[in-house]
Design a protein around this ligand. Structure first.
Ligand code: ADP
Ligand code: MG
Ligand code: MG
Length: 364
């Protein structure tokens, strides 16, 4: 009752979809015939699904297969993909169709067919490629824009898109397009925060609500069991933004322009240097919740140029220990846009200075 009251009191934010209005909400789903689906190669594996490169007639697609044990995750991901307006956004991965069917051997098969992103996830891409400043900003901006959209409650005509928390933001759940722009994917743990099927957690659901996601990316309040369930909507958005800050750290550590005259450090997952490849919940709890430890910035970033200062500040404002002090995804999106612009104006200048080992961008 507390949550309902709160939600009803809040003014509904109206949003316009100007950029999206040009695209029509054509339902592509009905046009897909799954009998033609061929699975060709395993390209990814998460906790819930195995993802294959496949073909559907002439078209290359990705097919995510779930085991029956993960039925709930499958149903949830489908429901999120089918929310009104979601598929119109440029930074949400393209869903084609989903099916629950019986394979020839009598085994049930749960599958989601989506657009194929040949570069795979952000983590895979960054582990083999470095990126220049603009590319890096654009990648992070895209992921942020996707999250910002997901978090937003939208009305357009009789269509309603609730605010949704992603709840599993990681560099493995951001996919990379051929032009290196990025989309948000993997909505298996996502949750509606507003509207008539919103989740209104009572105390009994507390554990289920809070302890999901990937341990490495869990916010301190989740690890410490101090998630503020009185304002579940804000709390779950803040958890997403914390993880987004870690994704920025992983990305910009691979930005060649930020290591002038040096070799760019090898790709690392957040906290990998400290806790290795399989951190336990308890280890993360001690490091992140109790010791308030965060990923370290490379020495090269100690220089206090305006660009580096803004960049570090943006990460710190995302992963703040105090959840309520964190940026909203909307603010983070603006920060990334500003960072991109800042250097667009000064790129040539910077490059000249970088080669002299100095970096003093002049804005405007
Ligand atoms: P899980 O819910 O099990 O984590 P994901 O949807 O995150 O499953 O997919 C697992 C991995 O498969 C991703 O991290 C990514 O590397 C790869 N992957 C997922 N979807 C696609 C896609 N459409 N195109 C290319 N690779 C994908
Ligand atoms: Mg995943
Ligand atoms: Mg998932």
């Amino acid at each position: 009752a507390l949550f309902l009251g709160y939600r009803m009191m809040k003014r509904k934010q109206k949003h316009t979809l100007s950029a999206l209005d040009v695209m029509e909400a054509g339902n592509t789903e009905s046009a897909v015939d799954l009998d033609d689906l061929k699975l060709l190669e395993l390209i990814g594996r998460g906790r819930y699904g195995a993802v294959f490169r496949g073909s559907l007639g002439e078209r290359c697609v990705a097919a995510k297969l779930f085991s029956v044990a993960n039925w709930q995750n499958f149903v949830n991901e489908c429901a999120i993909y089918r929310l009104p307006l979601l598929q119109l956004h440029d930074n949400i991965s393209r869903f084609l169709t989903a099916d629950e069917r019986t394979a020839a051997d009598g085994q049930p098969e749960l599958l989601i067919v989506m657009e194929l992103y040949p570069h795979g996830c952000l983590s895979q891409y960054l582990s083999v490629h470095t990126v220049d400043w603009l590319t890096c900003c654009r990648m992070c901006h895209g992921a942020t824009r996707g999250l910002s959209f997901l978090h937003t409650e939208l009305y357009r005509g009789d269509q309603y898109k609730p605010a949704v928390a992603h709840r599993d933001i990681t560099s493995r759940n951001v996919l990379v397009r051929p032009d290196l722009s990025c989309v948000l994917a993997d909505f298996g743990l996502s949750m509606r925060l507003t509207g008539h099927r919103a989740c209104c957690p009572g105390d009994d659901d507390t554990v289920a609500i809070s302890e999901v996601g990937t341990v490495r990316y869990m916010a301190p309040e989740v690890l410490g069991g101090a998630l503020n369930l009185r304002d579940c909507e804000s709390a779950l958005k803040q958890v997403d933004v914390y993880a987004l800050g870690l994704v920025y750290w992983e990305s910009f550590r691979r930005c060649s322009d930020l290591f002038p005259g040096e070799t760019v450090p090898e790709y690392q997952l957040a906290y990998q240097a400290e806790l290795g490849n399989h951190p336990s919940f308890e280890e993360m709890q001690i490091l992140v919740a109790r010791e308030k430890y965060r990923p370290l910035f490379p020495d090269t970033w100690k220089e206090n140029s305006p660009v580096l200062r803004s960049l570090k500040e943006t990460m710190e404002d995302c992963w703040d220990q105090d959840a309520e002090a964190r940026l909203t995804a909307q603010c983070a999106e603006e920060r990334l846009a500003e960072l991109t612009l800042l250097v667009t104006h000064t790129a040539i200048h910077n490059h000249r200075n970088l080669s002299h080992g100095r970096w003093t961008p002049q804005v405007g």
